[in-house]
Design a protein around this ligand. Structure first.
Ligand SMILES: [Mg+2]
Length: 393
């Protein structure tokens, strides 16, 4: 929201009065002298990268949803771009509000916050590059340089054999992960399977893993409260320390029952978008650890607010993170700069992301089971544009 001075008082000007689609907004007069000149998108396999260019010759990079990259590309070019051309890239708050509220009718969840996140990451990357600082220093400075990461894989509702699952878990342990998660992938449309297979996987994989590796499960929201509590108590009794997404996020009452019934931390929130859905999740379900995905939930600007909201309830965050390049970098910068970081961050680094990882000259460092915040300027990842242009669809 822009502020206009009237006499001695600062008066908030309604956003709707500030910006119609494609027009310049008051409150956005550039302080840095830098203006956004263009927004470009590059589709890769399971990734879409967004480049925001400026008249200073500095560009920032972000990424958005890997699902339906055509939809995101269209959203960026046909809906969001016109709002930000000519804007000062330092105005991340005004730009976020404008992009969100001007397009709210297109769906406040899903593609809109996903696309906004891609632009938001690029704006923070620009800010860091202009100021020659890593993003975490602009977000509040350094609480930490590294965060334990967990590796995980899916068992596709029980269709991956227990032997194969054990093999995959051992490979992750060999890579150095000290936390491993089994994604049961039961899903909301196939709830409470009979017979239940979660304990069988947990027991077999647990037995094979070294004792210093924590194993936990994520039923992928496939349980009603009764089943989630039954399985959660059983796993708790045989040593499981964390329980992720037992119930659908469309049913906070069931999740609240699970949180009350079991004594290990319940993690939830990977499918929540924006601060308002996290507010409802916390107030109605009260999970112990919340899991915003920086790309889904609206970018660095929005998840910084979500982290503060969580902090007000003395909850930690453990980001959902399935994007190994810019998404991981953005999450690490935020995690570096806040106090209420949970036990770990998710990290997916599989062959399906080889293409997007190959367009960067460097990666977020994973060492001894931990991810390290990039120390370069901006988000700290260097893109090889020639290679990207060759590969992009
Ligand atoms: Mg999950």
């Amino acid at each position: 929201m822009g502020l206009a001075t009237t006499g001695s008082a600062l008066v908030a000007t309604p956003l709707t009065a500030l910006s119609d689609a494609g027009t310049k907004q008051s409150g956005s007069e550039d302080q840095s002298g830098i203006k956004i000149t263009d927004v470009k998108t590059y589709k890769l396999y399971r990734a879409i990268l967004i480049k925001v260019e400026t008249n200073a010759g500095i560009a920032g990079w972000g990424e958005s949803s890997p699902n339906s990259t055509e939809v995101i590309e269209s959203f960026v070019h046909n809906t969001l771009k016109s709002h930000i051309i000519g804007q000062d890239p330092f105005n991340v708050e005004l730009i976020w509000d404008t992009l969100f509220w001007q397009n709210h009718d297109l769906g406040p969840s899903g593609a809109l916050p996903y696309a906004i996140a891609g632009i938001d990451l690029a704006l923070w990357d620009i800010k860091g590059k202009v100021l020659k600082q890593p993003v975490y220093k602009l977000l509040g400075g350094s609480y930490r340089k590294e965060t334990p990461a967990y590796g995980g894989f899916g068992v596709y509702g029980g269709s991956v054999s227990v032997e194969k699952a054990t093999e995959k878990a051992l490979k992750l342990a060999e890579k150095g992960f000290k936390f491993i998660k089994l994604r049961m992938q039961i899903r909301e449309y196939n709830m409470d399977p009979i017979p239940d297979f979660t304990v069988k996987y947990y027991e077999a994989v647990r037995k094979a893993l070294p004792a210093d590796v924590e194993l936990f499960v994520d039923p992928n929201e496939g349980y009603t409260a009764a089943r989630a509590i039954q399985i959660g108590l059983e796993l708790q009794s045989i040593g499981m320390k964390y329980y992720e997404s037992p119930c659908p996020l469309e049913n906070h009452r069931d999740l609240a029952e699970v949180v009350k019934a079991i004594n290990i931390p319940v993690l939830a929130g990977e499918k929540c978008y924006t601060r308002w859905q996290f507010r409802d999740l916390i107030l109605e379900a009260n999970p112990d650890v919340i899991q915003p995905d920086l790309i889904k939930a609206g970018g660095i600007t929005e998840v910084k607010k979500i982290a503060a909201l969580a902090q007000a309830f003395f909850k930690t965050i453990a980001p959902h993170n399935t994007k190994p390049t810019l998404g991981t970098a953005a999450a690490m910068h935020l995690m570096a700069s806040i106090s209420n970081v949970g036990p770990f961050i998710e990290f997916i680094e599989t062959e399906i992301y080889e293409e997007v990882m190959s367009v960067f000259d460097n990666q977020v460092e994973f060492k001894n089971g931990k991810l390290h915040v990039p120390e370069g300027v901006g988000l700290g990842l260097n893109i090889n544009e020639k290679r990207l242009e060759k590969l992009a669809k």
